[in-house]
Write a protein that binds this ligand. Sequence first.
Ligand SMILES: Cc1ncc(COP(=O)(O)O)c(C=O)c1O
Length: 482
Amino acid sequence: MKKSVTQFLLDHAAEKPVSFHMPGHKGSDIYRRYGYDEFLNNFIDCDITEIPGADNLFQTEGVIRETAEKYRRLYDVKKSYLLINGTSGGLIAAILASVPQGKKLVMARNCHKSVFNALTLGGIEPVYAYPSMVGEYGISGPVEAEEIARCLDENPEAQAVILPSPNYYGICSDIKAIADVVHSRGKVLIVDQAHGAHLKFMSGEPKSAEECGADIVVNSTHKTLCSFTQSAVLNYNSDRVEQYILEDKLQAIQSTSPSYLLMASLDINADILEKHGERSFSAWQSNIEDFYAKAAAVEGLKLMEVPGAMDKTKINIDMSCYGIDGNQLEELLMEKGIYSELVTGNILMCMTGIGNTGADFERLLAALKSIAEERAFDKEGSDNSGAAGTEGCDKADNSGAALWMKRRALHEIPKKKQQVHIDESEGLICAASIIPYPPGIPFVCPGEEIGREEIEYIKLLRNRGEKVIGVDENMCVVVGKE
Ligand SMILES: Cc1ncc(COP(=O)(O)O)c(C=O)c1O
């Protein structure tokens, strides 16, 4: 008999795994450390609805307003909104509030799928801004201010700009420079800061989008801080978007039964930031620095660095020197009870969060060292070619990398649709996004032509066992019908 989801979760928790994936709390320890046992012990009894005194998420006057106020103070913005449908809901509402139906939105091509969904919901036309690439790994890098300027100058009727920063790998764009470009042309800047809710509270660079002048910033506090999965915070810091329209879109997009457990976790997260933020963030930062320094001494272990643009709380590990790709490294770490967040080619990304302790970082380092030592020993034993180092390293497997940011012509999104086997989709127009998950960035978008290279790459991902939304179990995709 197959396990239930409950049993799976209980078994997993019993393993006492080390989490380098979302959510950022990494388990109940941080709640207990700072004295929130009473909430944990009364968990189910806190799952209520809008009884008298419990306030209303969509017209805050009482307790929920108090929590939103805490965030307003913490991020130093005009107004903060609690979200219970993740950053996804906040991004859709922000876009719908900023771009009227039928108008254009300048968006980074590596935006999350929720941004693409907003296009469909709002009848909005995209103008793609292409990020630069990190050549060695074939992943998207920063979006340059010049690229945003080009898009806006070629499309002066565009109403707003949206991009992710940091992106999934922790690479940040120069939001200050982009804000200057956007505002000098009278447009609205929305930053998807799903992966950077912590930046405002860290010392040094990169700075948060709130500090760099974005109009609306959406933060997945669940990814790196300690609120529960699906909770998030939208920060509004502008006169360029009407507040009442934003509020109308937020209530249209989100559940009418907002979870009080999620909202309580947002409240506790804010409380921890206010009362223990300094201590938590300085410990987290020093664990990170220590980890990078010690990892540098492990032969054959490479950590991705993008000077000046990297949020180092995301640790991108490359051990291809030992012939280990990202998937294999993920498996090897899992055997040691360590779970990571994302694999792309040779990179394995470990997402650290406020809840990770020094001991977690030590376990990760020790595991990587022992993998390196075993491989070096195997290599010496097998070919006697001396210590395993960077010589003879496999080249990064970047097959498909260039395809991600390929500039494809954008056709009208098909009104009539059909499902066809992927092998028969060559030359047809995509009618439902094809989205490898993670990272959740559409690979082929509605309106783009599906080519042979795309087909082969999607098949490769599926053969590797990766999830690709938009390709069903029979390998069918949705395309336009003549
Ligand atoms: C870049 C980016 N933006 C937005 C989201 C959506 O965030 P949420 O899961 O809070 O809805 C994700 C999710 O992984 C993401 O990677």
